[in-house]
Write a new protein. Structure first.
Length: 315
């Protein structure tokens, strides 16, 4: 018998996703006030009683990253001081995930700093989706549920028109991620191999696998500046059909990434709603699928003491 009430709260980062999750769970978003003082300080207050309740705080951290991260940390502190029974942070897009190690001397391991702050303030569990560096799970001592958006995205490609498709990993580092797509869809896998060139750039030197006359579905966890788009002509040169699809979990979409989508060889960019897309980041080739049902299922399972394993390892 459940003794602690489930409550869903959200910061300002992605209210539509939080409202969708609350609706699926048959509840409403808890009330909290978030304001910014004239000097840009953030002030938060929980407007509902939360004593002895199981709190699920939904707050991805897209741009402005530091503002959204600070909201999350202050809300966690407020819940702890209000005697919440547990505080699970649902961070579909985890901040600083690409800063997970020292690649040069005297660098901060920023992802570890974020993990330490969360735990120090009282987070009891963490949920995220397709984090850039899976090793970040080891930065925490509290339970972490590393969910995957692959089944949600892959479902978009379950149709007859993609019978002749091939999953493409944009580099060696994404090969395991791409392999899960290939397994889920029952499609072959191709790897783009790159080398660094003079000037600090990279160049595709080999396309490993059979791509001739096939439809490429290029996968990745994040699309930011769109460098992956610059490399796609190498697939056509290797014999692929000039109709390329991209499946990417987190649509950061900065710089000239949207303009690059105008390339005629790109047919569609399929992303999830871990990050909201304001009007200036929308494009006719961008299709959004929702991770709301996935996150709602994870929250329900955790609250009811049911295993989350099928969501963490869905393959």
């Amino acid at each position: 018998m459940l003794t602690h009430q489930l409550r869903v709260f959200a910061g300002n980062a992605n209210r539509p996703l939080a409202e969708e999750i609350a609706a699926i769970l048959g509840t409403r978003l808890g009330r909290c006030s978030i304001e910014r003082f004239p000097d840009t300080e953030v002030h938060v207050m929980i407007d509902d009683l939360v004593r002895s309740q199981d709190i699920f705080l939904i707050q991805p951290c897209p741009a402005p990253v530091n503002d959204h991260l600070m909201e999350l940390l202050l809300l966690v502190d407020a819940f702890r001081r209000a005697s919440a029974h547990s505080i699970t942070v649902v961070v579909p897009y985890f901040p600083y995930a690409r800063q997970d190690r020292m690649s040069r001397g005297r660098e901060a391991i920023s992802a570890r700093v974020v993990a330490t702050m969360m735990e120090t303030l009282g987070v009891t569990r963490v949920i995220y989706i397709d984090i850039h560096a899976p090793a970040i799970q080891g930065f925490f001592t509290v339970p972490v549920d590393p969910l995957s958006g692959i089944p949600v995205l892959a479902q978009h490609f379950r149709s007859e028109r993609f019978r002749n498709a091939t999953i493409v990993s944009p580099d060696v580092g994404r090969a395991k991620h791409a392999g899960k797509y290939a397994e889920f869809l029952g499609l072959p896998l191709v790897l783009m191999y790159k080398r660094h060139v003079d000037g600090g750039g990279v160049r595709v030197t080999h396309v490993v696998g059979d791509i001739k006359d096939r439809i490429p579905i290029v996968i990745d966890d994040v699309i930011a500046g769109g460098s992956i788009i610059d490399e796609l002509p190498a697939l056509v040169e290797a014999g692929a059909r000039p109709e390329i699809y991209l499946a990417v979990t987190h649509p950061v979409l900065v710089g000239k990434s949207l303009a690059k989508l105008d390339n005629p060889i790109i047919k569609e960019l399929v992303v999830t709603n871990t990050i909201p897309l304001p009007p200036e980041k929308q494009h006719k080739k961008v299709q959004v699928v929702s991770v709301g049902p996935l996150l709602a299922d994870a929250i329900r399972r955790i609250h009811e003491g049911i295993t989350v394993g099928p969501l963490v390892q869905p393959f």
